[in-house]
Design a protein around this ligand. Structure first.
Ligand code: GLU
Length: 295
């Protein structure tokens, strides 16, 4: 059996705050409670959103809290060859195709079909370029979500949220693997890297739960294992949305690391634990996590 392996995969867009600490802590506790490995991956594919130097700030914050990875961090910016290889594999099997549509092309095609389907303010891709580019230049590369035997309906069981199901073709559409600006899409990068790092247990924020079906579909297309998923509660900002820099998340106050861990532990439904310092708190939290979340 594969060694239980978890990961924390921050995008280096800002320092850790109270919300991202919850995801980091949960993934650490889960991996350690299973006697497994814990890895850190810096998700710096979306370069325009990355803030230089933030990776080191995040790694320093994790170290100050007593969370140390078992391997040097993996940077997605170094992984282009692996993503290209995955894309080549998908193309060879007829799973990936070039798309020449602009946003307004997609909206026009939807209007013409009389089915304007929206999802998170993005139009569901109607499949216009599946049969060819019709003379348009190639822009993005998309995954063909309808393909013999592998979906498009994906069923899975989240370890906190329970049974879930999504028809990827109908609810999302053929999604982007490589963007029109030439950058690798999150979905492809995360699936290729979870497989390369042999991640068995993904623990991350609930805002990412909706990506899971797409990732499972891609895993099937690439013939790699599907990890088990757990999506942990988000910390909300004053505006009721996920805590982020935009709605006032302060960088973590690490003058009292134990207090920061304690606050994150409450979000994860762990009992209050007496502890002299961060290391003692983490130690005490392991059996509490195992009792609550490890079957
Ligand atoms: N990089 C993503 C984020 O910071 C997390 C991706 C994942 O855990 O799958 O939101």
């Amino acid at each position: 059996m594969a060694l239980p392996t978890g990961r924390f995969a921050p995008s280096p867009t800002g320092p850790l705050h109270a919300g991202s600490l919850v995801a980091a802590l949960a993934s650490w506790l889960d991996a350690r409670a299973r006697g497994g490995r814990w890895l850190v991956r810096i998700e710096d594919v979306d370069t325009p959103r990355c803030v230089p130097g933030t990776d080191r700030v995040i790694l320093g914050q994790l170290a100050a809290l007593g969370m140390h990875a078992d391997a040097p961090p993996l940077y997605q910016s170094t992984r282009g060859a692996a993503y290209q290889q995955a894309l080549d594999t998908l193309r060879a099997h007829g799973w990936a195709y070039d798309c020449g549509c602009t946003r307004s092309d997609i909206e026009a095609a939807q209007r013409a079909a009389g089915t304007p389907r929206q999802r998170h303010a993005q139009a569901v891709y109607p499949g216009t370029c599946r049969a060819g580019l019709h003379g348009k230049p190639a822009r993005a590369v998309r995954l063909r979500t309808r393909h013999a035997g592998l979906g498009p309906r994906i069923d899975w069981v989240d370890r906190r949220l329970g049974a879930a199901s999504q028809d990827v073709e109908r609810e999302v559409g053929d999604f982007v693997l490589k963007r029109a600006d030439g950058l690798w899409a999150y979905q492809l990068a995360v699936v290729v890297d979870d497989a390369a790092q042999q991640v068995t247990h993904v623990v991350r924020g609930a805002d990412l739960a909706d990506n899971t079906a797409r990732q499972i579909l891609l895993q099937r297309a690439l013939g790699v294992p599907t990890p088990s998923y757990q999506h942990v509660p988000l910390v909300l900002g004053a505006d009721g949305h996920k805590l982020s820099k935009q709605n006032g998340a302060a960088a973590l106050d690490l003058s009292d690391p134990t207090a920061a861990l304690r606050a994150a532990g409450r979000v994860l439904e762990l009992p209050d634990m007496a502890a002299a310092d961060a290391a003692a708190w983490l130690h005490a939290a392991l059996p509490a996590w195992a009792a609550r979340w490890v079957a």
